[in-house]
Ligand binder design. Sequence first.
Ligand code: FAD
Length: 376
Amino acid sequence: MDHVNLCIVGAGVVGIAAAEAFSRHEGANASIVLLEQNERFGQQTSSRNSEVIHAGLYYPPGSLKASLCREGNALLYAFCSRYGIAHRRLGKFILAQAGEEDSLLALEKNAMANAVNNLSWTSAASLHKQEPLLRAAAALFSPDTGIVDSHGLMDTLLQHARQRAVAYAAGTRVTRVTPLTHGFEVHTTNTGDGQAYRFQCERLVLAAGLQASALAAVVEGFPKALIPDIRLLKGNYFRLAGAAPFRHLIYPLPEAKRHGLGIHATLDLQGNVRFGPDVEEVLQLDYRVDPMRRERFAVAIRSYYPGLEVTRLLPDYAGIRPRLRTADDSAADFQILDSSHHGLPGLVALFGIESPGLTASLALAHRLVELSRLQR
Ligand SMILES: Cc1cc2nc3c(=O)[nH]c(=O)nc-3n(C[C@H](O)[C@H](O)[C@H](O)COP(=O)(O)OP(=O)(O)OC[C@H]3O[C@@H](n4cnc5c(N)ncnc54)[C@H](O)[C@@H]3O)c2cc1C
């Protein structure tokens, strides 16, 4: 039976970044495989997001989301600059309407607790000069928020990984994992011809996004009590036809319990504006955008962009957040479970890698390499 040092399951941005990081740290003699069930990499959440490089303002201080977002932000800008991946450090305004200034202040304090110390207050008059079509009583400006070509990022990371002897197999679904005395036996099915194949690996990283819990459930010996219940929280987008009315990323204050960041405006690298994502709980992976949601979008957008012409709002795409269920319905932190949690040496499993997972991807990959070293 074939035998490799490391198997990474899931070729979204996190699994691909992990493959790149492991291949760099383990040298040319290591054998690493990256498995993806779809025909191509990054077809799930990693290509259905806002492509925003977040600065790390929102997350609870001390959380993995806070630290990995902050680290990931710097790593991502550096990686993109070095390898010519399209990105723009546009900056973003977070807007407070009259009476909301205290919430903006609280957000600034939270950001500072996360070591994000370069936010600046912008008066309504100054905001008007920079973004004349917006309405707000005050705003915070985040200079380190930007946008990135997520496909270009994944493509470059994967190329680097493959040049360093990572074997990448698309159309390969992991169906069962059996722990051995040392390592694991991994059972796979070719999603094209249904052919089964199995091999052994010493270490295993599970980066399966929306299917993270389904995958953990087929790992023999993985404690059922540790497998989180993943809620599917869809985020719909509407694009704005015609010329962009803003030059920056524009966010209202976040929603209660960190459900979402509020229906905000992002620009893509071509300069087009899209609004969203909203938050809609769904029971299955359905990426269609219901045009009936337009009115709801219009109401939210008009609170800060009163001149919106609703006919310019067109249904665009949707992504789905793998939101871990919590007792109080609030957003959970990323979960990284290693053998100290589940008792299976050599296995690291990721759960709940929702936003800011794209921003955090390179930092998450570093963390996985560190953890894997400690477990050897
Ligand atoms: C609406 C929305 C907006 C977002 N906006 C942002 C943003 O602006 N900035 C930001 O930083 N983050 C954002 N995010 C979060 C970010 O997109 C995700 O955190 C990130 O893409 C997660 O990557 P991943 O590799 O963990 O998961 P995925 O991209 O889902 O990849 C997991 C892969 O595992 C594969 N897989 C699953 N099971 C198996 C199996 N059994 N065998 C083989 N392969 C398997 C899947 O096919 C999939 O390709 C957003 C997310 C959403 C939903």
